[in-house]
Design a protein around this ligand. Sequence first.
Ligand SMILES: Cc1cc2nc3c(=O)[nH]c(=O)nc-3n(C[C@H](O)[C@H](O)[C@H](O)COP(=O)(O)OP(=O)(O)OC[C@H]3O[C@@H](n4cnc5c(N)ncnc54)[C@H](O)[C@@H]3O)c2cc1C
Ligand code: SF4
Ligand code: SF4
Length: 347
Amino acid sequence: MNPATKQILVIGGGISGLSAAVDLARLGLAVILVEHSASLGGHAAHLSCKAADRCVACGACMVEEKIREADTHDAVQIFLNTRIEKIDRHNRFDVTLNQNGQCRHVSVDAVLLATGFTPFHPVNKPYGYGRFENVMTNLELDQMMRRNGAIKRPSDDEFPGNMAFIQCVGSRDSSLGHLWCSKICCGAALRMARCIQHRQPEVKATFFYIDVQNFGKNFQTYYADAQQKVQLIRSIPADVLKTADDRLKLSYFDPDTHAYQESVFDMVILSIGLMPSESTRDLAAMLNIDMAGYSFEQKSALLRPPDGVFIAGTALEPMGIAESTLSAGKAAGDIFHYLKNHDTDIR
Ligand SMILES: Cc1cc2nc3c(=O)[nH]c(=O)nc-3n(C[C@H](O)[C@H](O)[C@H](O)COP(=O)(O)OP(=O)(O)OC[C@H]3O[C@@H](n4cnc5c(N)ncnc54)[C@H](O)[C@@H]3O)c2cc1C
Ligand code: SF4
Ligand code: SF4
């Protein structure tokens, strides 16, 4: 038997699943890539380029390249709009796929979960999300920038004069039991603030934070730049209220004056965190992995999956695009070694 007769099921067509599929195919293995939505790329496909006067290595453009590579590789079979109905473990994994109501059975030698994360939904935080049009999430801001190439206030289509970024929304929050840092949101917000200021020089940006998480390539360069151009306030606002003239008032404890302050902004951006995805739990249950108490902090079940099951990318923990591709590469290597140890014909 040669490696091409070994078939791997990759679940999730985000950057992690795509990278793993391409790496596995390059190792000579046959890949079935299953994505339950209508398109490939996952969350990263909605992010905008954050270049200011030069590339800031945000990684967003890696996604299109990976989609093209996976799409054009003969050894990767892609199923969109497809759900995993059932996984039975015998010698191999017998998997039932459901594509738009049509069932199909496949038999695979290993399964990779690349099911990604779920963005935190901030509706219950005291920041007016869902009530005030000009309070948006960082993901929505990225989508607006990607669509229009500029930022305007949703309420009146006017350019904002000043914007506040509130960090750690849904992460590092003991009241929610979410103690983990989502890792990507400090870097993403600072890059985005500088990108907006480059395109719309009239915008003043203020960044409310706990600490700045050093993340991604060139961090020190753009952090030094952001320190010059973005107002950094080490405090998390208590709430956001709407003013009579349709602006947004934030109250916060000012660490410099040791007093409560109020500031008014045209837009407020919530840097929402990365949450474990329900999909990962459901699939783990199909694979008999005990997920009791699982979170990004309590992920021991996923660190020791059963033989033949592998996990990559943000299904495991928060990470950025470049790190997701590394995690996928490691999983592809682990799968190859697992198959090699279970089949002497692979060398
Ligand atoms: C606002 C925001 C800004 C960000 N900015 C940056 C940045 O500037 N730079 C950076 O490096 N990173 C950034 N990130 C992080 C980046 O989005 C992630 O690193 C990346 O998306 C992780 O890819 P993934 O494949 O692990 O997960 P995902 O992107 O979540 O992809 C998972 C895929 O699996 C599919 N899926 C899930 N369950 C199933 C199932 N049961 N069956 C089939 N398919 C399934 C999903 O539909 C999805 O396509 C940002 C994230 C956010 C939220
Ligand atoms: S890495 Fe990011 S900033 Fe650089 S070109 Fe690509 S999308 Fe733009
Ligand atoms: S990366 Fe920054 S904003 Fe995101 S959770 Fe960590 S400290 Fe908070």
